[in-house]
Design a protein around this ligand. Structure first.
Ligand code: MG
Ligand code: MG
Length: 236
């Protein structure tokens, strides 16, 4: 799983170096797929429940599951790129939101605090804690800035499948859910919005957007629970 996570992290680093205004999301998806395959990984999302591409690419008001296509990435937007890989039957899953050129202060802060909320969740991914300790930590950090925490989509267990039990919500009480134990691996993935936490799915059946059209950000890591604390597997 560390190898699968490592490829995803390197692919996201590559995205950071190559994403730019003027390219389409389909063009970005192509270089991501080439990168994964040339590094010995299978794109985990391609064909998953019929998803047609290797990456989910979601711009501004798109929260997650954006289908790469003709939409052109523009200066001032924030673009969430979510990637999964399979290496020798094991999965890695990670997402980052990228700034395109100069972005306004409100988008910059949304990205920064979404990343902070993920880190707060990771810090609670310790054996003996309830799963809800992660959920609660993410929610507190995000809501402390007045942001919305998406309810309709959650993180998940991960291993020989992309999505396994348990669900990992980004909201809740520290007393919720199962007790975390060494050997569990989970994907923690706050989806944080500038306005309402309510979302809707577009007629394409995939793209999830904020109900009020305001921007959102998404950061995700695959994290193992170990005797020595959280071990982030999706690092380059
Ligand atoms: Mg993901
Ligand atoms: Mg995930």
């Amino acid at each position: 799983m560390r190898r699968a996570g490592n490829v995803v992290a390197k692919a996201l680093d590559m995205v950071g170096e190559n994403i730019h205004a003027g390219m389409t999301t389909a063009e970005l998806d192509t270089i991501i797929e080439d990168f994964l395959r040339s590094h010995g990984a299978v794109p985990a999302f391609k064909g998953y429940h019929g998803f047609p591409a290797s990456a989910c690419i979601s711009i501004d008001e798109e929260v997650v599951h954006g289908i790469p296509g003709k939409r052109v990435i523009k200066e001032g937007e924030i673009v969430s790129v979510d990637l999964g890989s399979i290496v020798d039957g094991f999965y890695g899953d990670s997402a980052r939101t990228f700034a395109i050129g100069e972005i306004d202060e409100s988008r910059r802060e949304l990205m920064e605090w979404t990343k902070k909320s993920l880190q707060a969740g990771i810090d609670k991914a310790r054996k003996g804690n309830k799963l809800g300790a992660i959920s609660s930590a993410v929610q507190q950090v995000a809501e402390s800035r007045g942001y919305g925490v998406v309810r309709d989509l959650v993180g998940h267990g991960i291993g020989r499948n992309l999505h396994e039990e348990p669900q990992v919500p980004n909201f809740g009480s520290p007393d919720d859910g199962p007790v975390l134990a060494t050997g569990m691996v989970i994907a923690i993935e706050p989806m944080i919005t500038m306005g309402t936490y309510r979302v809707k799915t577009l007629p394409d059946g995939w793209t999830v957007v904020t109900a009020d059209g305001q921007p959102s950000a998404h950061f995700e890591h695959t994290v193992a629970i170990t005797d020595n604390g959280p071990d982030v597997l999706t690092l380059a």
